[in-house]
Design a protein around this ligand. Structure first.
Ligand code: NAD
Length: 296
């Protein structure tokens, strides 16, 4: 069993840490929000007064923070966490961030003989709670072998996407596609309903026809078509519009850096920015249906 420092106990990190404790690992945790730390302590974790204390003597450091700037500041900024981590330790950076920042942290870690994987996840808060996340990994294969028992306590599928940063590239490509098929699904449902169709009947038809896709089948954006999805609870919970907007911004940065053409991704980013600007940033991302819905 490993001595793990876990930093960032939010919607995803909280349940991920809980699964590690359940699997018997020793956790020292830190979050800026004391209530999140207390929740982990109640499950058996030790509270650290700050990130530096959390990583002292840890074999494995896991971070699950909101965005690139938080990860950059944590490891390379004022705190220089990378200098407090023991040489020989392993960093699992699970946030969705830019491949560039991931590679910067990889390089700084390597210079101190610390192994690292960029390890963004797919599966949402439900997957985090159930321990069924998909980890999309970038870094050396030897680090993955070492990380496997820890990752398997939090997830079901582990994919090695390639070298440092590759996990982030695969994750943001996936989320760009998710945004595009969610918008396409919302648009098709709006077209049908505006022309008098029942959204459930139309969904059943498209599901077994060539329009079938994950957003339609597993996460239908029209309220009432499926039970237990955010659309049927006023778009509460799930994966937030602003998190999707962040990931689309990362996709656009990566596209620019590689001169890759992503016209639908760019349109998706604009539509999510418009939706967020209308005060919908905290709703689930399937609420884009509200933007694409004939009123009246
Ligand atoms: P969140 O905002 O709920 O949690 C982030 C946590 O990090 C917060 O508790 C915050 O207090 C803490 N934090 C921020 N800066 C810190 C610092 N310097 N030190 C310690 N703690 C700090 O976000 P989340 O929903 O848990 O998402 C985390 C990451 O996972 C994001 O990059 C997101 O894109 C990605 N992700 C989220 C989902 C989802 O469904 N929510 C799914 C897949 C991936």
């Amino acid at each position: 069993m490993s001595r793990i420092a876990f930093i960032g106990l939010g919607h995803m990190g909280g349940p991920m840490a809980a699964n590690l404790i359940k699997a018997g690992h020793t956790l020292k945790v830190f979050d800026l929000v004391p209530a999140s730390v207390q929740a982990a302590v109640a499950l058996g974790a030790e509270a650290a007064p700050n990130a530096l204390h959390a990583v002292m003597e840890a074999d494995i450091v896991i971070s699950m923070l909101p965005a690139s700037q938080h990860v950059d500041a944590l490891y390379l900024g004022e705190g220089r966490l990378v200098h407090a981590i023991e040489p020989g330790a392993l960093i699992l950076e699970c946030s969705t961030i830019s491949p560039e920042v991931a590679r910067k942290v990889h390089a700084a870690a390597k210079a101190r003989d610390i192994a690292m994987l960029d390890a963004p996840v797919s599966g949402g808060t439900a997957g985090a709670a159930a321990g069924t996340l998909t980890f999309i990994l970038g870094g050396e294969a030897a680090a993955l072998d070492r990380a496997r028992p820890v990752l398997e306590a939090m997830g079901k599928n582990l994919f090695h996407a390639g070298a440092a940063g590759a996990g982030q590239v695969a994750k943001i490509a996936n989320n760009m596609l998710l945004a595009v098929h969610m918008i396409g699904t919302a648009e098709a449902l709006n077209l049908g309903v505006a022309n008098g169709l029942d959204p459930k009947v139309l969904s059943d038809i498209m599901r077994v026809s060539s329009g079938g896709n994950w957003s339609l089948e597993k996460y239908n954006p029209w309220p009432g078509v499926m039970d237990s999805v955010p659309a049927s609870r006023d778009y509460e919970g799930g994966f937030g519009v602003d998190l999707m907007l962040k990931d689309l911004g990362l996709a656009m940065e990566a596209a620019l850096a590689a001169k890759a053409s992503t016209p639908l991704g760019a349109t998706a980013r604009s539509l999510y920015a418009l939706h967020s600007g209308q005060g919908k940033g905290g709703l689930d991302f399937s609420s884009i249906q509200q933007l694409l819905r004939k009123s009246g």
